[in-house]
Design a protein around this ligand. Structure first.
Ligand SMILES: [Zn+2]
Ligand SMILES: [Zn+2]
Length: 134
């Protein structure tokens, strides 16, 4: 299993879902694009620690949840069900999990393939899994 270090908390976290370089269910923040003239940091004048200068911040799942807990309006910019979770108790309010209908199809009266009836996945509401209909 491949691991990467979370830039925010320093923990080693699994990184298997995308190219073995990003934290599973995490975020990648392109730190260079945060710096601008007149901003908190100015990339042109190099206000970055040259030894600890990452091109990106890699944030593990738990740090992303902390970020959106501290700044709930940022979290509200996300739709529900952004990443999968197999746990009986959802890992966070943005998780989703498949139901037994997930990926199943049936044929309508004309013989065309249509999604099987019923919910195909669940999202989180008030800390509990609920069926999603869309
Ligand atoms: Zn972290
Ligand atoms: Zn989660």
């Amino acid at each position: 299993m491949k691991f990467v270090i979370c830039t925010a908390c320093g923990k080693s976290v699994p990184a298997e879902s995308v190219n073995d370089q990003f934290p599973d269910a995490g975020l990648v923040l392109p730190y260079e694009e945060f710096g601008y003239y007149g901003g908190f940091t100015d990339i042109e004048f190099g206000f970055f620690d040259s030894k600890n200068y990452p091109k990106t911040w890699l944030m593990c799942h738990d740090c992303v949840v902390k970020l959106f807990t501290v700044f709930p309006l940022l979290g509200k910019t996300l739709t529900r069900g952004t990443h999968p979770c197999d746990n009986e108790k959802p890992c966070c309010e943005w998780a989703w999990r498949p139901t037994e209908n997930f990926g199943k199809y049936t044929k309508d009266s004309d013989g065309a393939l249509i999604p099987a009836p019923g919910p195909h996945y669940q999202i989180v509401q008030d800390g509990q899994w609920v069926d999603a209909f869309d």
